[in-house]
Design a protein around this ligand. Structure first.
Ligand code: SAH
Ligand code: SF4
Ligand code: F3S
Length: 454
């Protein structure tokens, strides 16, 4: 069984995906004028999806046509994730396949970018798989030179232009992370926190909205830690919510989350009423070992404020099962917290040791795999039960649904309510448009709407 399970298929806060990143309408899959083709595969979280958008812009500027199959690509770019070992295993699988295609003369060059690229292990992978170019997260801009564009000035990545779809766009407001959670490799591969200046964020938002973007997602590992010139995240969020017609943000940290931000979600019409607030564990003892910097009580209080300020909102979280030192009692505390918070969805991960992190040194304290598996399923069931019950409340209501993914050949479009619920709806409406429809049924992960109403 996979060691990652999402209790919901909602547009993922931190998904692992090998699918092509959602992007603009695909250019023709035929060879471009210059005959050069490139394929970008994205693994990992939204930061990587966003970085892939920037690389997509570079390869397009360099005259490459984007293709979706390795077999058709001269250049393959794997934009990778290092957060858990299974993310690396998947990339190894792809690299093996690419070597075979290269031997057959079908793929010419392979580039490995993103978080593995920023880790020491990249050098071993480069040797083993004979990778042509390895870039970390801070020098993505060097891809420009590799594909024959003029050398870009060194810049921190957020300033590079992206090529998101016309209707929805990510806007990076901070990079890196100043926390040192015991288990986490992100600060190593993404560096310390750098907050992007307010002016720069707002200018990008204005530009995007003028260009037709209807949904802006503010991005960063701990967006609510954003600070600039005496302003805090809530100030920035409010300014963005006045400029963009639909706004969301991810990911937040419970230690930084201010009550006024939670209230702003409820008060500001343009903010999607969905909060992703990773808790990791319900046990104070584990939260301390993990260096999360808050107790379960603070987390519960935040959720109370959120539920009161945003009664119809949805709440999601991340939970790690089997971190070194986790006892049965700690697990019970997590189950209690899941009950109390009534999450609408959760990303549940089995602990994966990452070389160089504090928790990787504590491996002898990792619970037995069978124990981890049982705890994992218990938490998953608790989350799903809550989510199912909560989703039933939506049945019978008419919702305004923002279309995220249009329907493909007779299938249903995937949309999102203002409450942040994922909805399947039968409509020809295109991404970025709204339809109104009655919710006819609900599962633990998704709502199902009837035909749109006028
Ligand atoms: N910045 C975000 C999340 C970063 S990584 C935050 O602080 O919440 C996304 C999720 O992966 C984390 O929330 C955590 O639940 C999980 N994760 C990170 N490192 C992990 C590891 N070594 N093993 C298992 N899960 C991990
Ligand atoms: Fe990792 Fe913790 Fe930073 Fe999130 S806050 S990215 S879990 S170190
Ligand atoms: Fe994201 Fe994975 Fe890197 S979760 S920051 S792509 S290690």
């Amino acid at each position: 069984m996979s060691d990652t399970l999402r209790a919901t298929p909602q547009p993922a806060p931190i998904p692992l995906s090998s699918k092509p990143a959602p992007g603009p309408p695909r250019p023709s899959e035929t060879r471009s004028r210059a005959g050069k083709t490139a394929c970008i595969r994205t693994f990992g979280c939204q930061m990587n999806v966003h970085d892939s958008d920037r690389m997509r812009r570079m390869i397009q500027d360099a005259g490459y046509a984007e293709v979706q199959r390795y077999e058709e690509a001269d250049l393959v770019i794997l934009n990778t994730c290092y957060v858990r070992e299974n993310a690396v295993d998947r990339v190894r699988g792809h690299l093996g396949e690419l070597n075979r295609l290269r031997r057959e003369g079908r793929v010419k060059k392979v580039a490995l970018t993103g978080c593995i690229g920023a880790a020491a292990e990249a050098a071993t992978l480069q040797r083993t798989y004979d990778i042509d170019l390895v870039l970390g997260t801070h020098n993505t801009y060097e891809l420009a030179e590799f594909v024959g564009l003029p050398t870009m000035a060194e810049t921190y990545t957020p300033e590079l232009p992206g090529t998101e779809g016309e209707h929805g766009a990510f806007v990076t407001i901070m990079t890196g992370c100043n926390y040192q959670c015991s288990y986490c490799i992100v600060p190593t591969v993404r560096g310390r926190m750098v907050c992007r200046p307010r002016q720069s964020v707002l200018e990008e938002v204005d530009r995007l909205v003028e260009g037709g973007t209807r949904y802006v997602t503010l991005l960063g590992q701990t967006v609510d830690a954003w600070r600039h010139g005496g302003e805090r995240f809530c100030d920035l969020l409010e300014a963005v919510s006045e400029r963009a017609p639909r706004v969301w943000f991810t990911t937040s940290h419970p230690s930084n989350m201010e009550d006024r931000t939670l209230r702003a979600i409820g008060e500001r019409e343009s903010i999607v009423k969905r909060l992703h607030l990773p808790v990791q564990s319900g046990s104070d003892r584990m939260l301390k070992i993990m260096h999360r910097g808050y107790k379960a009580e603070r987390y519960r209080r935040k959720i109370e404020v959120f539920r009161e300020a945003v009664p119809d909102g949805t709440l999601s979280t991340d939970i790690i099962i089997g971190h070194p030192g986790e006892t049965e009692d700690d697990h019970e505390r997590t189950l209690e917290l899941v009950e109390d918070c009534g999450f609408d969805s959760a990303y549940i991960f089995k602990f994966s040791p990452r070389a160089g992190t504090e928790a990787a040194e504590l491996r002898d304290a990792v619970p037995d795999e069978r124990v981890v598996q049982r705890r994992f399923l218990e938490v998953l069931r608790a989350v799903e039960q809550n989510a199912f019950t909560r989703n039933q409340r939506k049945v019978g209501g008419v919702e305004e649904i923002y279309i995220r993914h249009g329907s493909a050949e007779g299938g249903k479009a995937i949309g999102e309510t203002w409450s942040g619920h994922a909805v399947h709806v039968k409509t020809e409406a295109r991404p970025g448009e709204y339809v109104r429809a009655k919710i006819e049924s609900a599962g633990p992960h998704v709502l199902y709407a009837g035909d749109p109403v006028a």
